[in-house]
Design a protein around this ligand. Structure first.
Ligand code: C2O
Ligand code: CU
Length: 465
């Protein structure tokens, strides 16, 4: 996948031509929802699971009859899902056969800094790297993606993204839907050239916006469901586009989790906004629909304005009529007192020479500068003050936080669990409380709109023992 060549080749083609290519040739709901492949360990024991993966070019059939070149984990788009268990470490050897420098970040993972995928900690082309994930934290829907310094908008766009589902044997008593009824759904947007290749357009201000929404790499797929409960794990793996998910007929989805795992209590929602990198776990009760119902999942109010993300086709009744959703999902744990307060203005800064860039705290990313030194074992209050006209999904590596307030008010109940990415809308002030509970060392925090993070909305923290 030669990103730069593709970007060059696509210059000059009008967006309208691309749009008609992508949509007129394509009827929605014709294709069954694909599931990402599940990665198989090369060795597994009770103490450890070991994987080997190749980051390499591949192709995907996204538009009918056309091959789209991608860059993927094992050459697949989306990449293979890793299913991990709390308390059992996972080791992944990543072999870089991509033709460019890469690295791997386990997003939402509580990972020692040497395995976290700091943007400067890269794997040269042709080399390999062993990542050790201890899986010490709560069960959660995590994902892994490339984090090459200044290049993430390209490598993520090219396809280097995959799920990492961390389960906890202690969740068993909740009796949540499992196996075929626990479904990862990776949402992203793309545009296409006539030959089926991805078409990228750089936009530092707003980030990339495609004209076509994909779920697990398919355009508006349909999923056959039984009349029973399903757990749907949504991930927004887009470069910069936000979605507001809404089930057809205004029916409720029951949110049970967010970035950092299960919420304290389930929350009924008709609309769920998702910024890049956020995860939302919901339960949908398909018993409320008759056999033969076709239930569309919409993206409300984005561009394209109202569009179908996918469709659920209720095909049969099953015996699971008695299933219910537990009210209490997780005990809220005590966390230490606040040890320090920090305020981070988020700005778009003009530079000498006419260029501009996104900044945190009045500075762009500088690997020689450490922006703060939180104490291991402490919590802090961080205030994100958005002084710009764009939304910034602010993400911290290595640690989770609680959202304390949004413009001085309580956050939505769906944001009251542990989070690692939080939307900070234009002119908004969001206070979060990170808990530096596991490993000391150097981590980054940044805006997860990939174009913003790359240029250069990113800071460094060194957690000190
Ligand atoms: Cu999902 Cu630093 O990234
Ligand atoms: Cu941003």
């Amino acid at each position: 996948f030669d990103f730069d060549k593709r970007a060059r080749a696509s210059r000059g083609k009008t967006s309208a031509a691309v749009r008609s290519q992508a949509s007129s040739a394509f009827e929605p709901f014709q294709r069954d929802l694909p599931l990402p492949p599940v990665a198989r360990p090369v060795r597994a024991s009770k103490q450890l699971e070991e994987y080997v993966m190749d980051m390499k070019p591949g192709t995907a059939e996204i538009l009918p009859g056309l091959e789209t070149p991608i860059l993927g984990y094992n050459g697949s788009f989306p990449g293979p899902t890793i299913r991990a268990r709390r308390g059992r470490p996972v080791h992944v050897t990543q072999r870089n056969q991509s033709g460019r420098e890469l690295n791997v970040h386990l997003h939402g993972g509580v990972t020692p800094p040497e395995y976290d995928g700091h943007p400067h900690d890269s794997i040269p082309d042709g080399a390999e790297r062993l990542y050790k994930y201890p899986n010490v934290a709560h069960s959660a829907t995590l994902w892994y993606h490339d984090h090459a310094h200044g290049e993430t908008h390209k490598t993520l766009f090219a396809g280097l993204a995959a799920f990492y589902l961390l389960d906890d044997p202690d969740d068993k008593h909740l009796d949540l839907p499992q196996g075929d009824y626990d479904v990862p759904l990776m949402i992203m947007d793309r545009s296409f050239n006539k030959d089926g290749s991805f078409r990228y357009r750089y936009d530092l201000d707003r980030g990339f916006r495609g004209d076509t929404i994909l779920v697990n790499g398919a355009v508006a797929p349909r999923m056959k469901v039984e009349r029973r409960l399903y757990r749907l794990r949504f991930l927004n793996a887009s470069n910069a586009r936000a979605y507001t998910l809404k089930l057809g007929n205004g029916r409720d989805m029951i949110q049970i989790g967010s970035d950092g795992g299960l919420l304290p209590t389930a929350v009924r929602r008709k609309e769920i906004p998702m910024e890049p990198a956020e995860r939302v776990d919901v339960i949908v009760d398909f018993r409320q629909f008759g056999v033969g119902s076709k239930v569309i999942l919409h993206n409300e109010g984005g561009e394209p304005s109202t569009s179908a993300v996918m469709r659920f086709d209720v095909v049969k009744a099953t015996g699971a009529e008695e299933a219910r959703i537990p009210k209490l999902l997780r005990e809220e744990e005590e966390i230490p007192e606040v040890n320090a307060e920090r305020s981070w203005p988020l700005t778009f800064q003009g530079l000498a020479g006419g260029a501009s860039m996104w900044q945190i705290g009045g500075g762009g990313f500088n690997e020689m500068r450490i922006d703060c030194r939180p104490r291991l074992g402490s919590t802090e209050l961080w205030t994100w003050r958005n002084l710009s006209q764009r939304t910034h999904p602010m993400h911290t590596h290595g640690y989770h936080f609680r959202v304390v307030s949004v413009n001085g008010k309580q956050p939505h109940p769906g944001d009251r669990g542990w989070k690692d990415t939080v939307a900070v809308y234009p002119n908004e002030t969001v206070v979060v409380r990170p808990y530096f509970d596991y490993y000391a060392g150097l981590y980054v925090f940044h805006c997860h709109a990939a174009e913003h993070g790359d240029m250069s909305m990113m800071g460094q923290m060194e957690v000190v023992a």
